[in-house]
Design a protein around this ligand. Structure first.
Ligand code: PXP
Length: 250
């Protein structure tokens, strides 16, 4: 029987909404704790160089408060390496980063950046941090991940999710890549752009052991939770109409 497929929840988009107003709400830590209580197997957070969503303080709080592992996504840079080591995370996923991109476009090119990535992996592993590499589903890239002694690869599922015409071709490529990773003793994760329909197919690939999903789940939570939030606000408004703390104490 296939083993249970783990689910990591990416909370970056809660921080995006928080940062839109520059305040503290909605708190991504609260979202992470709800995800944990809902059975998430890990929390994923991407500390970007421009700090457009998750902040350094968020990472510190997540490390302190979570029972489940934090999967820190980061670019392979000296700055991020220092943060990963100092924050005592147990897991890192190296991702490519371009300042102007809306989201992570494509996987790391581990073939082209082998030397730089190798140095970062070695340093992280010296601190017992498990390293995953976010790559496109490509056998050559996986071969180099093996040489680099990564613990796992995370296959970028964006092309599969967004590609309307060649979905089957993309699916087969992911399946082949997952199989190749497993045969090379690399744990195989997958993520990016996954929605309910896409996940139905990807979850059938037994070699994949973990999915990391963010944007769609946070988006759906608006619809699944919006009614509750409006009803709660209505209730508070109605009951508060009767008494005023400030007016009484003025
Ligand atoms: N995995 C990695 C490595 C990512 O960079 C992202 C996006 O930050 C995700 C998974 C989650 O993608 P999405 O938010 O589209 O579900």
């Amino acid at each position: 029987m296939a083993s249970k497929l783990k689910l990591g929840i990416n909370i970056d988009h809660v921080a995006t909404i928080r940062n839109a107003r520059g305040g503290l709400h909605p708190d991504p830590i609260k979202a992470a704790l709800i995800a944990q209580s809902a059975g998430a197997d890990n929390i994923t957070a991407h500390l970007r160089e421009d700090r457009r969503h998750i902040s350094d303080i968020d990472i510190k709080k997540l490390v302190r408060k979570l029972r489940i592992p934090l999967n820190l996504e980061m670019a392979p840079t000296k700055e991020m390496l220092k943060i990963a080591i100092n924050s005592k995370v147990k897991r890192v996923c190296l991702v490519p980063e371009k300042r102007k991109e809306i989201t992570t476009e494509g996987g790391l090119n581990v073939i082209r950046n082998k030397k730089k990535i190798s140095l970062i992996i070695t340093k992280l592993q010296n601190y017992n941090i498990k390293v995953s590499l976010f790559i496109d589903p490509c056998l050559k890239q996986i071969g180099v991940c093996k040489e680099l002694k990564a613990s796992s690869v995370e296959l970028h599922t964006g092309e599969f999710c967004d590609n309307k015409k060649n979905k089957k071709k993309e699916f087969i490529q992911i399946k082949k890549s997952a199989n190749f990773a497993k045969n090379n003793k690399l744990e195989c994760h997958a993520g990016h752009g996954l929605k309910y329909n896409d996940v139905k197919e990807i979850a059938k690939i037994n070699e994949i052991t973990e999915l990391n999903i963010g944007h769609f789940i946070i988006g759906e939570s608006i619809f699944d939770g919006l009614k509750q939030s409006i009803l709660k606000m209505r209730k508070i408004i109605d009951s508060s109409r009767k008494k005023s703390f400030y007016l009484k104490s003025a």
